[in-house]
Design a binder for this molecule. Structure first.
Ligand code: PMV
Length: 353
């Protein structure tokens, strides 16, 4: 007899320090990336799996913050159909009622796909595990693999702390197919990092991730980028291990600016930084020079700025943001304080008969 399951996971967003930009095959990264999992910016997803009379599934009903979302519904149907055909045949026998919400405003310009896709994949893997299908996989490795098929960066949100995704001779058991946590090789000084997110624009993304990755296929600098990403990935792992904050700052900022340099020199070209982004970057560099505080910035594929620093500098940095960044902004900005987080949390799993 088939059962009805109700499962709920909360999963965080992550911010890449070494960027994943460019892919091959089916969601395989062109280079290894490395990220910091956040704590406060999360998606909570609940899925009710109800058995169907025949194998006509997966049938899907999706709502976000209590409202149906047609565009997203289609993407999820497509993703689940792919999984049913290639990875999780049990999905053909179920109707999935998926309800998701975010802890942060949807318009906050934070990439929410990693948080959402990781929470959804954890729900799917919990049921798969219960049905004793997908046996032979470690649970989180499998969840990271399944999340990657929905959104590459989501593979990293399956774990807390610092996470690497993509084959690298410097990360044991690493793979292009799923992410691996690297916390065992991180100096304790990096375990209390803050991410202060300065939201200068709440506009939807100017370019979708998939279109962005495609720009790399014919990019004149792509080989140089992949070579350098590999070097940065290895160097950053070493910085995390040896507590080399100076080099950490250098690599993280270089990675952010390289992502934007690639975007600017793509065909078509995208300039996603805004005057406020450049203003904040200048101020961060001045502040670092005058105080010696090893704060740095990173950027996603958008104009918002993430400031990364150890918690011991919290007071000085908050004062800097209040007195030097905010007054110079020509538009209203929102600041969200996040920090390194512990990874996803299962809220419940019920077999409701
Ligand atoms: O996971 P995707 O396909 O949304 O791509 C993420 C791309 C960046 O956010 C720009 C970089 C990254 O590694 O997260």
């Amino acid at each position: 007899m088939m059962h009805t399951f109700q499962v709920k996971w909360k999963s965080p967003a992550n911010i890449a320090l070494i960027k994943y930009w460019g892919k091959n095959g089916h969601q395989l990264p062109a280079n290894a990336s490395l990220s910091m999992t956040l704590s406060e910016a999360t998606s909570t997803t609940e899925v009710i799996f109800s058995p169907l009379q025949q194998d006509q599934g997966p049938l899907v009903q999706f709502s976000f913050e209590g409202h149906a979302n047609e565009a997203f519904q289609q993407k999820i149907e497509h993703y689940l159909q792919y999984l049913a055909n290639h990875e999780m045949p049990f999905l053909r026998q179920y109707h999935l009622d998926i309800r998701s919400s975010n802890s942060f405003p949807h318009s906050a310009g934070i990439a929410s796909s990693a948080a959402f896709m990781s929470s959804l994949s954890l729900c799917l893997c919990s049921v798969e595990e219960q049905l004793q299908e997908g046996m032979g996989y470690a649970f989180f490795e499998r969840a990271s693999y399944i999340a990657r098929l929905g959104s590459g960066s989501a593979s990293r949100s399956i774990y807390g702390g610092y996470v690497s995704w993509g084959r690298s001779s410097h990360v044991p058991h690493s793979s292009d197919e799923y992410a691996t946590p690297v916390n065992k090789r991180v100096h304790p000084a990096f375990m209390n990092y803050v991410d202060a997110i300065i939201i200068v624009s709440e506009q939807p993304k100017a370019i979708s991730s998939s279109a962005g990755h495609r720009l790399m296929d014919n990019h004149p600098f792509h080989l140089a980028r992949y070579r350098q990403a590999a070097i940065h990935h290895e160097d950053l792992l070493l910085c995390l291990l040896c507590n080399d904050r100076e080099r950490f700052v250098e690599i993280v900022e270089y990675e952010a600016l390289q992502l934007h340099a690639l975007l600017m020199t793509s065909k078509p070209s995208y300039i996603l930084m805004e005057p406020a982004t450049l203003y904040a970057i200048q101020k961060v560099r001045e502040f670092r020079k005058s105080t010696g505080i090893p704060i740095c910035f990173t950027l996603d594929a958008g104009p918002n700025i993430h400031l990364l620093y150890a918690n011991e500098y919290k007071d000085a940095v908050e004062e800097f943001i209040r007195n030097q960044i905010i007054p110079g902004m020509t538009q209203t900005v929102r600041i969200m304080f996040d920090r390194l987080g512990n990874g996803p949390e299962q809220l419940f799993f019920k077999n409701i008969g």
